[in-house]
Design a protein around this ligand. Structure first.
Ligand SMILES: [Zn+2]
Length: 290
């Protein structure tokens, strides 16, 4: 198949990618990291290795793939843990805009943004997107949804955090005071909200999996954050970068009586549910665009 799936050269888009290679812009203490810089930390991608939960995710994705699938495009493939595992199942191509992440991908790979896919519509049986949509800013999110709908002939398969409360993993930057989600998640998604984004498709299957996480009602969480001064604690070896000032130093803060109280109350009233949601969308008959 070689690279027949690629559109012919698109100078405008290629130029935009080259401009994006500049990881930081601005000078001085208030310089702001570009969105790209948040995803170009080699060591951060290196720490993503196979865990029992990820192996479960790969198995679930394999089970949800429609029968007879021959080609898969993994949009936002990251370091290719899933892409590499799927190559035994179908001819799989990984696409990501992070060069640091693509260095780990063993399958054929394309460095591009999901919001300007350089892919010929209809080239792949399935477009897979795992843990991508929740990361995108509003403009990239809208254009990515449009590009996916334009490019997928039959099926879209998504994995996203399952109706995530993105405030649970918020922390406050000790350098500049910015409050942000540690994984830079911008939105919460459900099967219904995903299906509503793609009116040309019908909801074909859903599944949940992954590590159980406890819900945390927002009013109680705000009390823990503001009164208990307890935010998300960065685990050892994990790298987090402030989107406002680029700071990577987030010292852990000990529990205190108030944070203990709010976490204890939450354990009494909140349930745990699997972290990941898997959604398979199938194009409705008669809605092909090509
Ligand atoms: Zn900061």
């Amino acid at each position: 198949m070689k690279a027949a799936f690629l559109k012919s050269a698109q100078p405008r888009r290629l130029r935009r990618q080259r401009e994006g290679e500049t990881a930081m812009h601005g000078t001085g203490p208030e310089r702001k990291p570009s969105e790209r810089a948040l995803y170009e930390i080699h060591e951060d991608w290196e720490r993503f290795t196979l865990t029992p939960y990820l192996e479960q995710k790969i198995r679930l994705i394999g089970e949800m793939l429609p029968a007879g699938v021959r080609t898969i495009l993994d949009v936002g493939c990251g370091n290719g843990l899933i892409t590499n595992a799927l190559t035994g199942r179908a001819w799989t191509v990984g696409l990501d805009w992070s060069r640091a992440a693509l260095a780990f991908v063993k399958a054929p790979r394309v460095c591009a943004s999901s919001s300007a896919l350089p892919i010929r519509p209809g080239s792949f049986d399935v477009l897979l997107s795992s843990e991508l949509l929740e990361h995108l800013d509003e403009e990239s999110f809208r254009s990515t949804v449009a590009e996916l709908a334009l490019t997928a002939p039959g099926h879209l398969l998504f994995s996203v955090p399952n109706a995530e409360n993105i405030h649970v993993n918020e922390l406050r930057c000790p350098a500049c005071g910015r409050i942000f989600n540690a994984s830079h998640h911008q939105r919460s998604l459900t099967a219904a909200s995903l299906a509503a984004l793609f009116p040309g498709y019908r909801l074909a299957a859903t599944a949940v999996g992954g590590q159980p996480v406890r819900a945390y009602p927002l009013p109680l969480l705000r009390l823990r954050q503001r009164l208990g001064r307890r935010w998300f604690q960065v685990p050892p070896r994990r790298i987090v970068m402030c989107p406002q000032c680029g700071n990577r130093d987030f010292p852990r803060t000990p529990h205190n009586p108030l944070s203990f109280l709010f976490d204890g109350l939450n354990r009494l009233i909140s349930r745990r549910h699997p972290y990941w949601l898997f959604v398979l969308l199938e194009r409705r008959m008669g809605t092909h665009t090509d």
